[in-house]
Design a protein around this ligand. Structure first.
Ligand SMILES: NC(=O)c1ccc[n+]([C@@H]2O[C@H](COP(=O)([O-])OP(=O)(O)OC[C@H]3O[C@@H](n4cnc5c(N)ncnc54)[C@H](O)[C@@H]3O)[C@@H](O)[C@H]2O)c1
Length: 439
């Protein structure tokens, strides 16, 4: 099939490349001319494991193209995927302007029948809104499909190529058949192709993300209670994860959730609830617990140093909102960095991939290094903010030798208090043993 993908960000680039990898001819469109220029020169604007090789191969095979020319891409394609951003506006509501703009541009560019497939996460009812908008700007026939995307950054290629399920919200059986045919190669292991009403499909995306966020907030609250009573949440987690009713996913206590999706989707779902007269008590609690968790950790680090913090040099390992991505949008690490900078500390950051994006945001306000241990030279403390694999089993002896003050604030519970004590470190984790409380 001939496909246009509008929006070549974390989702659009993976979707476009994954579809091209299955043999389709895909035109990835973006309004960001610099991004398209980079991609056309083989330079990746984002880091996502395995993506660069796939992009190169499909460009080489002339199945994948990058362009800013939306009308030309739409004219060439039967299917048009919308993968533009829906970031929160200043009030925290999802800003749909990019989706509406993109849909209008697509409508104006149509030269015949098109299927517009919306992958951007939008409030329930948006597909119908898109349908009305497109109808105003074209006389050609079309269908609009809701096709929420569930990929995770850091494993996006795998998730797209081998999804847990495909959800299609669609009212037309012929369009359903086309979508089924499109996704059949991705579902060869028998994972379900779920067709449902358009509104149910839109709601499913919010249901999944709010449920994940709720688990994270729940384990973080359990961590705080565990610590207050001298229990270790790492041990408690093992008991939880082994329960077949619960399963092991998203049960790690940490700094709280961040990134470009969970916080905004929980907020958007709460807003939808309120607009319909439903009190979103659970969603409000999920957000409140998360905000408290993020603030509590940052405050703990700052409070530890007290008045002397302005003379301290604090190392931060990891700034991306999760490992295996360079995405720092709404990353919990930024709360810690902001709190440290505000208190007057010097901050030196190492991250395997996200340093360029951090520098674009902070400039010289933070120091950055390109090697893991360089961050520790003369440091008065180390904050672990992202659980990149390379931080899991570091050389403790080398760390102890490099640091001026041996204290670690482990926001991802990578280490054990006992091991670090053997190397002379003071160690603070989330919901783990707490020396200050005598546990
Ligand atoms: N990032 C994720 O992990 C993820 C996962 C599932 C769903 N989603 C949802 O997918 C959507 C896209 O997310 P993302 O992280 O890829 O966003 P992103 O910000 O990385 O990319 C969006 C891209 O769209 C481009 N764009 C905006 N308006 C355009 C227009 N009119 N024409 C052409 N290009 C345009 C932007 O320049 C940008 O490159 C969001 O609704 C998000 O909630 C994201």
């Amino acid at each position: 099939m001939r496909i246009a993908v509008v929006g070549t960000g974390y989702v659009g680039l993976v979707v476009g490349t994954g579809l091209a990898e299955n043999g389709h001819v895909v035109r990835c469109v973006d309004m960001d001319a610099e991004k398209i220029k980079q991609l056309s020169q083989g330079v990746m604007p984002i880091y996502e494991p395995g993506l660069e090789e796939l992009v190169a191969r499909n460009v080489e095979e002339e199945r994948l193209f990058f362009t800013t020319d939306l009308p030309a891409a739409v004219a060439e394609s039967l299917l048009v995927f919308l993968c533009v951003g829906t970031p929160p506006d200043p009030q925290g509501d999802p800003d749909l302007s990019a989706v509406l703009d993109a849909a209008e541009q697509v409508a104006r560019a149509m030269t015949g029948y098109r299927i517009i497939v919306n992958k951007s996460t939008c409030p329930v009812g948006t597909t119908e809104r898109l349908r009305d908008l497109i109808r105003q700007h074209t006389s050609h026939p079309f269908d609009v499909v809701a096709n929420p995307e569930f990929l995770k950054e850091g494993a996006a290629v795998d998730d797209f190529m081998r999804p847990d399920r495909i959800v299609i919200g669609c009212d037309d059986v012929r369009v359903e058949e086309i979508m089924k045919e499109l996704y059949a190669p991705f579902l060869r292991t028998g994972k379900p192709f779920l067709t449902m009403g358009v509104r149910s499909a839109e709601m499913t995306k919010y249901a999944v993300n709010t449920m994940i966020a709720a688990r994270i907030s729940m384990i973080n609250e359990l961590a705080a209670i565990s610590q207050a009573y001298g229990a270790d949440v790492n041990e408690v987690r093992e008991g939880l994860a082994a329960d077949s009713r619960l399963g092991p996913a998203y049960l790690f206590a940490g700094l709280g959730f961040g990134g470009s999706c969970l916080p905004k989707d929980v907020a958007a779902c709460a807003r939808m609830a309120r607009e319909a007269g439903v009190e979103p008590d659970m969603l409000d609690a999920v957000t409140a617990v998360n905000q408290r968790q993020r603030a509590r950790f940052a405050k703990q680090v700052v409070d530890y140093y007290g008045d002397g913090i302005a003379t301290k040099r604090i190392a931060v390992w990891g700034v991306s909102f999760k490992p295996r991505t360079d995405d720092i949008r709404n990353a919990p690490a930024l709360d810690v960095i902001d709190a440290l900078l505000e208190a007057g500390a010097q901050v030196v950051v190492y991250d395997p991939r996200a340093v360029p994006k951090l520098r674009a945001m902070y400039g010289d306000r933070v120091a950055t290094v390109i090697k893991t241990y360089a961050a520790l030279e003369g440091a008065d403390g180390l904050v672990i903010a992202t659980e990149w694999n390379e931080f899991r089993r570091p050389d403790y002896e080398r760390m102890a030798a490099l640091m001026r003050e041996k204290v670690i604030f482990d926001g991802r519970n990578l280490y054990t208090a006992k091991t670090l004590a053997e190397y002379g470190f003071k160690y603070f984790s989330i919901g783990g043993p707490c020396a200050a409380r005598g546990f």
